[in-house]
Write a protein that binds this ligand. Structure first.
Ligand code: PLP
Length: 367
């Protein structure tokens, strides 16, 4: 008997990243530069904090808004009030809740292209419309282009710095100039700051510092290598946080309680040495690609680099398939973009894996 699936099932694309994940599982010894998570192990103190919480029987539901000790630590860190904060099931949870709280059918939400995969799919699931502000070819924001895309249906703009998949970091001035446009149109910013710990050449600027009408989404998945634990948080306007809390009650209920307890240990753990290691990796991959002839911007953050497909290949898929035939796993740009001209490398890998990947990329480069 057939299942009467909702229309949104067919309207939602299967993540191109999952396809590469599945492929990697079947390969013997792939050179895997496709993974969007850190390659370092979870720091011992954080593992211990999680185990201790389990052993202390902190295993039941927590309050929807999160456990008091983590809330207090986050309020202090970000200088925010109680009503401005919600602990979420990672940034993905915060993204879903914010879309549920903001988007009616037919509403529009601005987002960068290239974008993190979920940005496009969540509004579509809700019958809303993703509207892209193109950042090709150097990943800079073009303010007049953004302003021209604002309509009476625009509800918010997504900002993501450092960016997945480009690694681009927006400067304080760029964010502030964007804030001025948003102020003029009374538009909410949703700032995804999940990669804020990985800024290599400048200090990180948070969007809310230059534009207070911002919902900030952040979390510990990338900074502390706990992508499987599902812990994040959202802070911003009280009215929006209250709406998101309502939807958390009826969806996630709460972020995993023992992981929330470990979140306090995450906040006490300085990840600067990981950032320093990743800066090294950024340098290795960037200089290797330039040497091989690739057209690529130097990324200032996250752990991705987004080169142009060399001429001689018809598309990103053709190039990525050639890489896969050489055991190298990458992600084509069409997964993150309306364009098919680039590819994403994640350099969250051992230096040896990066060097092996570079050797294949050098071999496959065509003028
Ligand atoms: N936002 C961006 C820009 C990401 O790259 C990712 C994961 O790759 C997420 C959000 C989701 O992170 P989380 O594990 O916190 O749900």
């Amino acid at each position: 008997m057939s299942i009467p699936l909702a229309n949104r099932v067919n309207e939602t694309q299967i993540s191109g990243i999952r396809k590469v994940f599945d492929l990697a599982a079947k390969m013997k010894n792939p050179i895997n530069l496709s993974i969007g998570q850190p390659d370092f192990p979870v720091p011992e103190a954080i593992k211990k904090a999680c185990c201790n919480a389990i052993n202390a029987n902190r295993n039941s539901y927590s309050q929807t808004q999160g456990i008091p000790d983590l809330r207090e630590a986050l309020k202090l860190r970000h200088n925010i009030t109680d009503g401005q904060l919600l602990i979420t099931s990672a940034v993905s949870g915060g993204l879903l809740l914010s879309c549920l709280a903001l988007l009616n059918q037919g509403d529009e939400i601005l987002m960068p292209d290239p974008y993190f995969v979920m940005y496009k799919q969540l509004p579509l699931m809700l019958g809303a419309k993703p509207v892209f502000y193109d950042t090709f070819p150097n990943w800079k924001i073009d303010l007049s282009r953004i302003e021209s895309l604002i309509t009476p249906r625009t509800k918010a703009i997504l900002v993501n710095s450092p960016n997945n998949p480009t690694g681009a970091v927006l400067t304080r001035n760029e964010l502030s100039d964007l804030g001025n446009i948003l102020r003029k149109h009374n538009l909410l910013a949703i700032s995804d700051e999940i990669y804020s710990s990985f800024c290599y050449d400048s200090q990180f600027t948070a969007m809310h510092e230059v534009y207070p009408h911002t919902l900030t989404l952040s979390g510990f998945s990338k900074s502390h290598a706990i992508t499987g634990w599902r812990l994040g948080y959202a802070f911003g306007p009280e009215e929006l946080i209250a709406a998101m809390t309502k939807f958390q009650q009826f969806t996630f209920v709460c972020a995993p309680t023992m992981v929330q307890a470990a979140g306090v240990a995450c906040l006490a753990y300085d990840v600067q040495h990981y950032c320093d290691e990743y800066r090294e990796k950024r340098n290795i991959i960037y200089h290797g690609l330039i040497e091989a002839g690739y057209d690529v911007e130097k990324p200032g953050g996250a752990f991705y680099i987004f080169p142009k497909v060399p001429s001689g290949y018809a598309s990103d898929d053709e190039f990525v398939n050639a890489c896969i035939a050489n055991d190298l796993l990458l992600i084509p740009s069409n997964v993150f973009s309306e364009r098919n001209t680039h590819f994403r490398i994640s350099y969250a890998a051992s230096n040896e894996t990066i060097e092996r990947g570079l050797a294949v990329l050098k071999k496959l480069y065509k003028k």
